[in-house]
Write a protein that binds this ligand. Structure first.
Ligand code: NAI
Length: 672
């Protein structure tokens, strides 16, 4: 066999999965077929038990091979694939001898379903072991009998929670829930598995957890979960969670699971979510062209961004020094970092270790030892230039210099350096811990090696690096700005702010443009808009300048377009007035037109990069797969006609970009 290996260990057998040619184990069609053959062989052999484990140091099984989803053409074919997987796992579950899944690292999706088909599960007790069913994030649900096997094991509600959220559990949490039978340190793993082989009895969820699945309570419980779901998820955009709920409510069997999965797998939503997932993988792949060689990071500026950039780096295991003008400013950032580590790491020892990696450094000594220096001080060319001149004199010759500037052309900052090729942009998004994207900006003089090292660093801290050309607003802010300005223009025209935000969220944006502007801060919006106004011809609405002058800066000042209560919640007018102006069309077409301009100008490499940037940098409707994917589904001609129509009605800003008539621009470089 290519991927599986079977060996005897005392009286029982050990099956090891080590997928050839891949760093992680995935359940491709071939891998499942081999497992089937292996089980057939096992049925003929006499052994007292079977242990299934992974030969990959990184983990057990990360799930199905999503690249194979693209080869599925219709729902019946997809359902048949699910049935095939179910048959193999049923064969495993029906073995007369005890079976144990020995889990370390990632055990996700189909990987967990395989483990669920075993009689017992033993997991390595450490931070890197994560178990979960994240299928919902790809617009589908488990299809290898996971929706059927999980609830009796851990209880109906916890099972629903895992499948609906797609979240992962650590091994201890999984043990508490009954998902794994035992969580033990690495050195006891095999012994624990052997001990389970000797056991016969399968566990069941305690009766209290099974109670919500009892029929008199079931209807009530599902109604409640449904109401919560409806508040959070648009069923037209994301049908999978509703299917999960329905399957549980009707106590669906494996066949119903397979049919439902078949329909979802070929839906537009799932196709686009898989596209988004693969875009993320592609950004990581593009970012890994250089071996990552950064160990020490120095961050200058401990404000909103710098403090969080340093915190994140320390959280990810880097040794970081943090500099600002006064010890108080650094101390404030360290306090925030401590709260963050406590929330994320929980264990006092881990929190302490993370704090030890984050060094306050008011005098800036860290510059002399750093491999990467990130500047995140006030957005002022003169001050930044002075700081870079100073850094250059002290930093090791091999260190990469990076700026987090959102609007200053890199060339202006590099101009004062003796060696401008060392400077790149590392543009993080706010809030740093939440936003996955980092724009890696190349100026005219940036050296390829410096860019590659910066990209490799971004991947190493679990961010997605997107290479962008140094041009006004780079990619994300440049596309976002016309969208925000259009929303504000509508406010000036008298459209209700809640109507505008509602139109955007109904389209699939995570937050409306008005609320987004308030959240970012109207002063910041104004300064970025002014910066882009000249080069891109974006008009800045008078209302925005007036509000900033009056100190109405958005959420942080308690008042922006919305008023905010003491807890920072917006007071919304829920009686959205119907309006006959095409709100959604105006907002979305501004995004698409600017995205096309970026593509034509080569701000990023290709259409995939635009989609990745907008989905991972702004949350642009993931179920649509990104702006360019949306354009493909609507047809470029239709989009440019709509733009033309709007330009006649609302003015030049809607004039179709020249790129719309260059058909080759939308051809994608990769096959995602
Ligand atoms: P901030 O005002 O919160 O922090 C700036 C910090 O830099 C302050 O603590 C200040 O004391 C310090 N500083 C100023 N001059 C210094 C010097 N010579 N040496 C050491 N420290 C100095 O500003 P924020 O929002 O963190 O922005 C920083 C940079 O990040 C700017 O370039 C901004 O354009 C960029 N950025 C901001 C985003 C945001 O949402 N706030 C998003 C992405 C980038």
């Amino acid at each position: 066999m290519k991927h599986w290996q079977l060996e005897a260990s005392g009286e029982h057998l050990v099956a090891t999965l080590d997928v050839v040619g891949s760093s992680a184990n995935m359940l491709s069609h071939e891998v499942l077929q081999e497992l089937d053959e292996l089980l057939a062989e096992l049925e003929q052999r006499s052994a007292s038990g079977l242990i299934i484990r992974s030969g990959k140091p990184g983990g057990f099984i990360v799930g199905a091979d999503v690249r194979e989803f693209g080869q599925v053409h219709d729902a019946p074919q997809a359902a048949e694939l699910a049935r095939a997987g179910q048959r193999v796992f049923n064969r495993l579950a029906a073995l007369p001898v005890p079976t144990v899944a020995l889990i370390h690292g990632y055990c996700l999706g189909g990987g967990l379903e395989l483990a669920l088909a075993c009689r017992f599960r033993v997991a390595r007790d450490d931070d890197s072991t994560r178990l979960g069913l994240p299928e919902v994030r790809l617009g589908i649900h488990p299809g290898f009998a996971g929706t059927v096997r999980l609830p009796p094991l851990i209880g109906a509600l916890p099972a629903l929670d895992l499948m609906l959220s797609g979240r992962t559990l650590g091994s201890r949490q999984a043990q508490k829930l009954g998902l794994v039978d035992e969580a033990v340190p690495e050195r006891h793993l095999l012994d624990a598995a052997r001990a389970h082989v000797a056991k016969r009895r399968r566990r069941k969820a305690p009766w209290l957890r099974r109670l919500p699945g009892w029929w008199p309570l079931r209807a009530f419980v599902y109604r409640r979960v449904l109401r919560q779901l409806q508040k959070k998820v648009n069923a037209d955009h994301y049908p999978a969670p509703y299917r999960i709920l329905q399957l549980r409510k009707m106590r669906a069997n494996q066949e119903q699971e397979a049919i439902s999965l078949g329909e979802l797998l070929v839906s537009r939503t799932s196709r686009n979510l898989v596209h988004v997932f693969l875009l993320g993988e592609e950004l990581k792949r593009r970012g890994r062209t250089h071996a990552h060689d950064i160990e020490r990071v120095h961050v200058i500026g401990a404000g909103a961004m710098g403090g969080d950039i340093a915190t994140w780096a320390a959280y990810k295991g880097f040794s970081v020094s943090l500099q600002d003008q006064t010890a108080e400013l650094v101390a404030r950032a360290l306090k925030r970092a401590h709260a963050f580590f406590q929330k994320r790491l929980k264990e006092p020892r881990a929190v302490q270790q993370a704090m030890d990696r984050l060094m306050p450094d008011v005098s800036g000594n860290g510059v002399r030892r750093a491999d990467l220096i990130i500047e995140a001080i006030v957005e002022d060319v003169g001050i930044k230039q002075a700081v870079f001149r100073n850094i250059e004199q002290q930093a090791p010759a091999s260190a990469v210099l990076a700026s987090n500037t959102s609007s200053i052309p890199l060339e202006e900052l590099a101009g004062t350096l003796r060696d401008p090729s060392r400077l790149v942009g590392l543009h993080f998004f706010n809030p740093v811990a939440k936003m996955q994207l980092v724009e890696v900006v190349h100026g005219l003089q940036s050296a390829p090696a410096a860019l590659e090292r910066a990209c490799a660093y971004a991947v190493a801290i679990d961010k997605l690096p997107l290479r962008v050309k140094s041009s006004p607003g780079f990619l994300v802010n440049r596309i976002l700005m016309p969208y925000l300005m259009e929303a504000m223009t509508m406010v000036e025209e008298g459209v209700a702010i809640s109507a505008i935000d509602r139109a955007a969220t109904d389209f699939g944006m995570p937050m409306g443009p008005i609320e987004l502007a308030d959240t970012v801060g109207l002063d910041i919006c104004l300064s970025v808009a002014r910066e882009l106004a000249g080069p891109l011809g974006v008009a800045v609405p008078d209302k925005l300048s007036a509000m900033v002058e009056q100190g109405q800066l958005g959420k942080k000042s308690g008042r922006g377009f919305y008023r905010y209560d003491a807890k920072g919640r917006a007071r919304r007018d829920t009686r959205v007035r119907p309006n006959d102006i095409p709100i959604t069309e105006r907002l979305v077409l501004r995004v698409l037109n600017e995205a096309m301009a970026c593509l034509r100008e080569g701000v990023v490499q290709d259409a995939d990069a635009i989609d990745a940037g907008m989905v991972y940098g702004t949350g642009f409707a993931p179920y649509l797969g990104g702006p360019m994917r949306y354009v493909e589904s609507m047809g470029e001609t239709g989009i440019s006609h709509s733009l033309y129509r709007l330009s006649e009605e609302y003015g030049e800003r809607f004039t179709p970009d020249a790129g719309w008539s260059q058909a080759d621009l939308l051809v994608r470089a990769s096959s995602i």
